[in-house]
Design a protein around this ligand. Structure first.
Ligand code: NAI
Length: 331
């Protein structure tokens, strides 16, 4: 039998946490033959609710679940973890300035970075979900210098999956037959959902989404804004932000990272930019990546037309401004 993998979920008493932890305990994240120990962290006001989640995990009698550590102590939570899914954060409340929210999250991610750096298992892979996801991941990277930058990522897979979903609905095809959309940039409304290279599986080979849709106006207009604004549409409908889709996408992100992407398929991940596609180095930016042997690499050599170029640059610009704002909160 395999040794259990220790998976940390921060903000585990929250909405996404409640959807995510049973998925992990059922093997959705790491596979049906991989035992897990869950480490659940939240803050003292949520301690009682967190304990309730732990009780339910015990009650569900998941065969793969070999233990639950539920705590409000960051060091206890981080000790020995192989995977860290960072969902906890400070939400924007009515009337709060962007800078105030940023400042709260910068201080959370700064201190959790140190705890992970000192106490996580070697090779720990980190996924930041909490917003502002790219910039929280960047702060975590800056304050955990001994964690390799390739091990620190943020979630844009939900946006990627939303783009697949919109194409599938429009063309009336199975979502599993659509692939190679790309989310470029920030997990925010400046992200660029790009279908220039996306395909749909056909009986013999693959067809290009652009040719099948044959409506560039829709692809460059409503498609993009629908994906960009989907989070807001969910809040409007549910009066709560996306949770089951965020949790499911977080599992997709880690599963593909650890177990690899299928041949000929890429996915979107927020990763530390090395300057690929002329995206400034030193930002956490969403790129198309393939994964193998537990490592991601940015897909190289895709053609970028002028329309796309402008969109890639605009979302990079926003990330540079967020980075500057985050740094101004540190000093
Ligand atoms: P929620 O408010 O239901 O849960 C957040 C939890 O984090 C709460 O239980 C809170 O007590 C906890 N928390 C706050 N500070 C903490 C700290 N310092 N350490 C540990 N836990 C802490 O929020 P929800 O809906 O679960 O969303 C979580 C985050 O994910 C939000 O920032 C949200 O904006 C973000 N999000 C990101 C998505 C993405 O695609 N990247 C998609 C959807 C949400």
């Amino acid at each position: 039998a395999k040794d259990p993998v220790r998976v940390l979920v921060t903000g585990a008493a929250g909405q996404i946490g409640y959807a995510l932890v049973p998925m992990i305990a059922r093997g959705v994240m790491l596979g049906p033959d991989q035992p897990v120990v869950l480490h659940l962290l939240d803050i003292p006001p949520a301690a009682e609710a967190l304990n309730g989640v732990k009780m339910e995990l015990i009650d569900a009698a998941f065969p793969l679940l070999k233990g639950v550590v539920a705590t409000t102590d960051v060091i206890e939570a981080c000790t020995g973890v192989n995977i860290a899914v960072m969902v906890g954060g400070f939400p924007r409340k009515e009337g709060m300035e962007r800078k105030d929210v940023m400042s709260k999250n910068v201080s959370i991610y700064k201190s959790q970075a140190s705890a992970l750096e000192q106490h996580a298992a070697a090779g720990c892979k980190v996924l930041v979900v909490a917003n502002p996801a790219n910039t929280n991941a960047l702060i975590l990277k800056e304050f955990a210098p001994s964690i390799p930058e390739k091990n620190i990522t943020c979630l844009t897979r939900l946006d990627h999956n939303r783009a697949l979903g919109q194409i599938s609905e429009r063309l009336n095809v199975q979502v599993s037959d659509v692939k190679n959309v790309i989310i470029w940039g920030n997990h925010s409304s400046t992200q660029y959902p790009d279908v220039s290279h996306a395909t749909v599986k056909a009986p013999h080979g693959e067809n290009h989404v652009r040719e099948l849709v044959a409506d560039d106006e829709w692809l460059r207009g409503e498609f993009i804004t629908t994906v960009q604004q989907r989070g807001a549409a969910i809040i409007k409908a549910r009066k709560l932000s996306s949770a089951l889709s965020a949790a499911s996408s977080a599992c997709d992100h880690i599963r593909d990272w650890v177990l690899g992407t299928p041949e000929g398929t890429w996915v979107s991940m927020g990763v530390y930019s090395d300057g690929s596609y002329n995206v400034p180095a030193g930002l956490i930016y969403s790129f198309p990546v393939t994964c193998r042997d537990g490592e991601w690499s940015i897909v190289q050599g895709l053609s970028i037309d002028e329309f796309s170029r402008n969109k890639l640059d605009a979302t990079a610009q926003e990330l540079s401004e967020e980075k500057a704002l985050a740094y101004s909160c540190l000093s």
